[in-house]
Design a protein. Structure first.
Length: 180
């Protein structure tokens, strides 16, 4: 469930990020998943307080967050993905696969190890805010912004032409599969 008013300002770096309950290294909490969209709410020196789409918050090393553009990509800056529906269908299928695994686990048909095996490699991400959408494409390793008509890359977890992973899409765009 997405918290009303959630608008990502950053994504977690491609290799994940440790998190803390307070700006104190002695109080660790659950680490953040790679490329998770977050909202930077507060800063205290190098510490950044982030909030996730589900309302959960934590303190992180704010210097490591990857900023997303203040505004969605300009019209016409598409990555050859004119129609978001095929990617949305893959998200729906991944969610259905995960839901089925959870149901089997809850019914006792799977143990924890079998659940992990069944869901290994399954990655989805979706934030919908009115007409705006942020969608993770695991096949291309990137987060996309969509307005219902087209998608544009705004963060990627892959290196392209020697550029470091996690660069902002406004700094570089990733060519769609088949155009590399």
């Amino acid at each position: 469930m997405t918290t009303p008013g959630f608008r990502p300002t950053h994504v977690v770096p491609p290799h994940g990020l440790p998190a803390w309950e307070a700006p104190d290294p002695a109080r660790p909490t659950v680490p953040l998943d790679p490329l998770l969209p977050v909202q930077l709410v507060d800063r205290r020196g190098d510490w950044g307080y982030i909030r996730c789409a589900n309302g959960w918050g934590a303190w992180v090393d704010g210097r490591l967050l990857v900023a997303v553009p203040d505004d969605p990509p300009a019209g016409g800056e598409t990555d050859g993905i004119a129609d978001p529906r095929p990617l949305l269908a893959r998200v729906e299928q991944a969610l259905a696969d995960y839901r089925a695994a959870v149901e089997d686990l809850a019914a006792g048909g799977l143990d924890g190890e079998a659940f992990e095996t069944r869901t290994e490699g399954l990655r989805i991400g979706l934030v919908v805010d009115g007409a705006s959408m942020w969608l993770y494409d695991p096949q291309e390793g990137r987060w996309l912004y969509g307005d219902g008509r087209r998608l544009s890359t705004y963060a990627t977890d892959r290196s392209v032409d020697g550029v470091d992973d996690g660069a902002r899409a406004s700094d570089r765009l990733v060519a769609p599969e088949g155009e590399r």
